[in-house]
Design a protein around this ligand. Structure first.
Ligand SMILES: [Zn+2]
Length: 133
């Protein structure tokens, strides 16, 4: 589909590869329990360095989105949805992603979605689909 592959480093490796085991891994503080995304080595809530990737439910809601109709590269399949979703685990815990598996016109703010993964080499990019229920 002509998508770039994310650059993996020590802090984001779990996020980009957890999908190999079907798990969405988000940085979680071992001291105060706060979730953080993008992953960082120090907890923004309590400054602890005991931050480790931990699995979340994969349930989320569409917080905001836009539809891209511009074919930026010849291989790119358009249109597609670029979205910010808020994970069920924590208010304000949001990530940038794509909504897949439905017509772009069917996406709406507040729509319940669940994680799926798009494999690109060693990377399993978290994407979201409309929730089954
Ligand atoms: Zn903390």
């Amino acid at each position: 589909m002509g998508w770039p592959t994310p650059a993996i480093d020590a802090h984001n490796r779990a996020f980009w590869t957890g999908g190999r085991d079907g798990r969405l891994l988000i940085a979680c503080c071992g001291c105060c329990g706060a979730w953080t995304h993008p992953p960082v080595p120090r907890c923004p809530s309590c400054a602890s360095e005991r931050v480790e990737p931990a699995p979340v439910s994969g349930r989320a809601q569409v917080y905001s989105y836009t539809i891209n109709r511009q074919r930026w590269t010849p291989e790119l399949e358009v249109p597609y949805v670029i979205a910010i979703v808020e994970l069920a685990e924590q208010h304000g815990l949001r990530l940038l992603t794509n909504i897949v598996g439905c017509a772009v016109e069917q996406v709406s703010i507040g729509m319940a979605v669940e994680v799926d993964f798009a494999q690109r080499g060693e990377v399993f990019v978290p994407v979201f689909r409309r929730a089954a229920t």
